[in-house]
Design a protein. Structure first.
Length: 245
């Protein structure tokens, strides 16, 4: 599914704030510098590149050939290369005890909640940790953003997000015996066109026909340009971070 929107995903999805990486070190007890990290569902490498820039030796795993192609095309942009493996987080093509960290950035909820964690434990070393993180719009902090999400919920059949009453963060915490959770607020300043690229990168948009997706994006563009004529959005965000040891 995400191979169809690899370019939009890479260009539009946000990176993570520095505070998240400090929290990962604090909660996991693993120093990113020198750690071997398996990044599952690595996509185009947003987390992968950030981990590598902080000194981790990263093995990026993703089922999508298109996503990994994009990741590898970017891996030499200012950071040393990473290892990329096409594979499934439910059946990792890796040996036992090879990693200090296993990370899921916006990805664990696509996997089997029991099997994926069992596989993560298998490839971890004894004092390793599992990290799940999700960058989320904090719609409750801005009326315009809440209205934007509500319009998406009304118009996109597969929409899943804060405008749906049953929506919640993925239940990764229930998969651990020892778990630390943290919410990390931050603000994203972004131009309207990049914000719309982020919209295109979501699975509920990829499920639409290209014509329907184009029409919806054009409606959102007109609305945002009217509300923000300067063309820049201040988007309240928060990272949900869960670390299991």
């Amino acid at each position: 599914m995400f191979d169809r929107v690899a370019d939009a995903y890479d260009a539009g999805r946000p990176s993570y704030p520095d505070e998240m990486y400090r929290a990962v070190i604090e909660l996991s007890g693993v120093d990113l510098d020198g750690a071997t990290t398996v990044d599952i569902g690595a996509g185009t490498g947003i987390l992968t590149r950030a981990l590598r820039a902080r000194g981790s030796h990263v093995i990026a795993v993703d089922p999508g050939a298109g996503m990994l192609t994009r990741l590898m095309s970017r891996s030499g942009s200012g950071t040393p290369a990473v290892a990329a493996v096409q594979g499934d987080g439910n059946a990792l093509p890796l040996g036992d005890g090879v990693a200090d960290l296993v990370t899921y950035a916006q990805s664990w909820h696509w996997l089997d909640p029991v099997v994926s964690i069992s596989e993560a434990r298998r490839v971890l070393r004894r004092r390793g940790a599992i990290v799940g993180c999700w960058n989320l719009n904090h719609a409750a902090q801005a009326d315009w953003l809440a209205a934007y999400e509500a319009r998406l919920a009304a118009e996109v059949p597969a929409y899943w997000g804060p405008a749906v009453e049953q929506w919640s963060v993925p239940p990764i915490a229930s998969a651990f015996e020892v778990i630390e959770e943290r919410w990390i607020p931050w603000t994203r300043l972004i131009g309207i066109e990049d914000f719309l690229l982020d919209l295109r990168s979501h699975s509920y948009m990829a499920a639409l026909s290209p014509e329907a997706a184009d029409a919806l994006v054009e409606r959102r563009r007109a609305e945002l340009r009217e509300e923000f004529p300067e063309g820049v959005l201040s988007v309240p965000m928060r990272v949900y971070l869960a670390v299991g040891r």
